[in-house]
Ligand binder design. Structure first.
Ligand SMILES: [Mn+2]
Length: 324
């Protein structure tokens, strides 16, 4: 019976990291999970790799997959597409459009969001102030199976991206050039190296206050999405001011980081204490730079979860993420 809302992100169809094996797995998922079970499939961004590859690469490598998606849509599964930073070209901010029955592409529009431009890199370093930033995004708030949910690809809240999408666009294109010349994973290695260097340098200098730095002693760019989710759960914008949220939000769902997780977000992130504000889910990714192919589900009975896809319609729920 079709009664689940399924959310996936970051397949990056057209990218060399979306290998033949992953493509096969994705076919399996669409055929044996989504088609029989989903009343709605939400594509939460970076489904196509247009920024680093091109639409031509997508068509060339995945026409069969596009047809499969069309088949799923025609079988009665509503498909909603929220754009990410890789299926958008920020130099024109129109993004991809697909003309298929039962498929809705939520085009980006200029919205004001509460973001932080810097994430702290040590336990002592202070998180930067929250700012109101105007950016092109398909982010939206909607009700899914009785829950108030904030859906966004998540790049809008990324510290490289926040407030300067065009600079980010250039960085991503440089990444693509590196990928083409040095191999599919070279850009990820370089970015990781850069973050380690930043982490090392800032450890020497910074001091003080609000930071998620103690979360498992993890590098903060690896938990900045939780910090962003917390801000979304806590605040909203009214008359160009950041004010406490009036109506409670239940869940924030992102993709983008390629790190699947479900987190009970607490008010005090530094000590991982205080009131539970809501839940943050990340759908993960389908590229080979991550081990698991993952997705989120919301059900009629009000339950929701993040799963690893095991093949042939089978899945396994992830554990709650907690700081170590
Ligand atoms: Mn992304």
């Amino acid at each position: 019976m079709k009664n689940e809302t399924v959310i996936i992100s970051d397949t990056h169809i057209g990218d060399p990291d979306f290998t033949q094996d992953r493509k096969q797995q994705f076919f399996d998922f669409l055929e044996n999970y989504v088609k029989p079970k989903a009343d709605e499939l939400i594509l939460l961004g970076d489904i196509f790799e247009i920024t680093q590859a091109s639409l031509l690469d997508v068509y060339r490598g995945a026409t069969d997959l596009l047809m499969k998606l069309a088949e799923v849509a025609l079988s009665g599964t509503k498909i909603s597409y929220i754009l990410g930073n890789h299926d958008l070209d920020f130099t024109n901010t129109r993004g991809i459009d697909i003309a298929l029955p039962n498929v809705t592409v939520k085009g980006p529009k200029e919205q004001k969001l509460v973001v932080r431009r810097e994430v702290p890199h040590t336990t002592e370093q202070k998180a930067s102030e929250r700012e109101i930033v105007s950016t092109f995004t398909s982010a939206e708030e909607r009700t899914i199976k009785g829950h108030k949910v904030y859906l966004a690809h998540g790049h809008e809240y990324n510290h490289y991206f926040a407030g300067d999408p065009k600079r980010y666009d250039i960085l991503v294109k440089i990444g693509a050039a590196i990928e083409r010349t040095l191999g599919p994973e070279a850009d990820d290695w370089i970015l990781n190296f850069w973050e380690e260097v930043r982490h090392g340098i800032s450890k020497l200098f910074y001091s003080s206050e609000e930071t998620p730095g103690r979360i498992g002693g993890m590098r903060e760019d690896l938990v900045s999405d939780i910090l962003a989710a917390r801000d979304i759960l806590k605040f909203e914008i009214q008359d160009d001011k950041i004010v406490p949220r009036k109506e409670k939000l239940d869940v924030v769902v992102f993709g983008h980081t390629h790190r699947a997780r479900k987190v009970k977000v607490r008010d005090d992130i530094r000590e991982w204490a205080g009131e539970e504000l809501g839940v943050y889910l990340n759908c993960g990714a389908w590229v080979t730079t991550v081990k698991m192919a993952t997705f989120c589900v919301f059900r009629d009975d009000g339950s929701f979860d993040v799963y690893e896809y095991m093949g042939k319609g089978k899945s396994r729920a992830l554990k709650w993420w907690e700081p170590i």
